[in-house]
Every structure is written in C-alpha cells, then in structure tokens.
Design a protein around this ligand. Structure first.
Ligand SMILES: [Zn+2]
Length: 322
C-alpha cells in the first residue's frame, strides 16, 4: 500500500456517523438520507461534486464531532492498509459561536492523534484556505494553522471552486505566513481552471505540490516547465472522473504527467463522496489505468519524498518503500 497525500476530512464522514451527529445536533436528515447526500454516484462537474462534500458540513460544527470524524478517518485508512495519512480540511466552515478557528483545528488534530495512537498509522493535518472565503478569513486561517505547526498541522492548501473563484494571487499573504512557520505548501490548481494556474501557484504561492492539476496536461510547455521545476501532482483518479477533470482512468492526465517526467502521487480525495479508498485507487491504476506495479511503486517513493512530515518518519517510510 502507499501514502495518501490528497484526501479531505469533509469527504470522509461515514454516513452512519453523520446520522448520529445530526441527531445529537438536531440537524435534519437530507432528503433521501445521509448515504445519498454524501455520495456522488455518477459523473457530473466540480460544483455538483463539492455539493456532496458540503452535505457533511452541518454535522462538523462541534469539537466532539470533528474529533470523532478525524479519528474514524485514521481508523478507516488503517483498515485500508495506508502507510501515511495526510488529511486536509477547511476550518473556517466549521466555526460556530464559541468554537473558533484554533479550537476547530485543535479538535481535528486531537482526532487524528487519537486515531494514530489506536492504529499506529502516522497522520498529519493540512489546513485549507477556501476560495469562497474573504481575504481576512483566509489570513486568520493561515495564522491559526501556523500556531498549530508541530501540534498536528503539517501544511497549508487552498481548495474550493476554482471556476467561480479563479484568482491565486489573493493567497500570497496567507501562504507566506504558513511558509514562515515551516508548514508544507500545496494548492488545488488547474483542476477546473486553466493550465497556467499551475505556474501561478508555484511562482506566486511557493508550492511544489499541486492538487489535481488536471488541465496542465493540455499544455506540453507547462508540463515541461513543471518537470523542470520539480512539481509533484497529487492525483485522485476516481474523483477526477466524477468531476469531469478526466474522461477515464485510462485517459487520466497522470499518464501525461509521468511521460513528461513530473512527480505524481496518489490520493482518494473524498473517499465517502467517491466511494473509493486509496487502496482501491491504487488497484484501479493497474487494472483500468494500464500502469505497471513498478510505476505504482515509483509513485509511492515520490510520495515519501514530498509528504509533509518530520525527517525521522520520512526515513522510516523510505526504508519501507526502498
Ligand atoms: Zn482535493
């Protein structure tokens, strides 16, 4: 198995847990039930996909709920056979009166620590800025993430609807705050936006990892530039098919990334939304994607080099995948 370097906590709420948390918080059951609300059954676009992810938001507004969901994600990943879980979430969504950004982040960190202690699976939290949030909120999120560096937070990301909110330059200040705190940096880019947004994210935000980056495959010059700059693409095949960012796993842009010499690592994006775990994605790359086991192994070794973790953990992972 391998490292999960692109997955969202909000897309990892077990339907049964959502139902229980909803009862406790008097949140109404969505029409058709939690399973249908959280899972996307057939391909659509990024906006529809994000609506399924957002269906979990109403049950994530408490410390107990967030802590439980984070712990259960680590437990599920351990059962799936994962070797390192780097999981991300957007804390601004889950704030409530009396439950501020620092408390939201702390609850997720505690849940991951609970899960890692119980399973032995190492984990780290990546905090997401959200494209629909205002600049002041995103700066506050980056500061709260920086304050929790070393207490479970390992990185900063920007996520959300790239079609509706395309600008990257807006996130320079918060990314500078995270970089100064020693956090790892990644950004969702060129998932629904143009190939050039990869360059904007790398040069403007200082990231070396790109979430999805699917549209970069449209532009050979940007692929060559990415390879030369050592950019690693975090790919999530099933999610990319559901959002329309890839036609199929066989025609997934990851083949163009590999051919151009770019780094490629794997994630499952939102395993409840997509119904596919990291282990399933890995098998899919071989059965449907036409990759060899050796190519999948090389992706794991790339992941070991770019995972946001301490050097002791990296050395252990390096030994495991040598
Ligand atoms: Zn994502």
């Amino acid at each position: 198995m391998g490292l999960n370097l692109h997955t969202h906590l909000e897309g990892w709420v077990r339907p049964a847990t959502a139902a229980e948390l909803a009862r406790e918080a008097s949140v109404p059951t969505p029409p058709g039930g939690w399973d249908r609300a959280l899972r996307m059954d057939s391909p659509g676009d990024l906006t529809v996909y994000l609506a399924h992810v957002a269906a979990a938001y109403p049950v994530l507004g408490s410390a107990e709920g967030l802590r439980r969901v984070a712990r259960e994600a680590v437990e599920d990943a351990a059962v799936d056979g994962c070797d390192f879980l780097e999981i991300r979430f957007g804390p601004s969504t889950h704030r409530r009166p009396g439950f501020d950004l620092a408390a939201v982040i702390a609850a997720a960190c505690e849940g991951l620590a609970d899960g890692s202690r119980a399973t032995g699976l190492p984990s780290g939290l990546v905090v997401c800025l959200l494209r629909h949030d205002d600049d002041e909120t995103n700066l506050a999120v980056a500061r709260a993430a920086a304050a929790a560096a070393g207490a479970g937070v390992v990185g900063l990301d920007v996520a959300g609807d790239e079609r509706v909110f395309p600008s990257i330059a807006r996130y320079r200040a918060p990314f500078a705050v995270a970089a100064a705190a020693g956090l790892g940096l990644t950004a969702h880019a060129a998932e629904a936006g143009p190939a050039e947004s990869v360059v904007e994210a790398v040069e403007g935000l200082g990231v070396a990892r790109i979430g999805h980056g699917s549209r970069a495959a449209d532009d050979p010059a940007i692929l060559a530039w990415s390879a030369e700059r050592g950019v690693t693409f975090e790919v999530c095949p099933t999610s990319n098919v559901l959002t329309g960012a890839a036609r199929s796993v066989r025609e997934h842009p990851l083949h163009a990334f590999l051919a151009a010499g770019c780094g490629v690592v794997l994630g499952d994006d939102d395993p409840v939304t997509t119904g596919s775990t990291l282990g399933a994605e890995e098998r899919l790359l071989v059965t449907d994607g036409g990759l060899s086991d050796e190519q999948v192994g090389a992706m794991h070794r790339t992941a070991v080099e770019v995972v946001f973790t301490d050097e002791t953990t990296r050395a252990l992972l390096r030994d495991r995948f040598a």
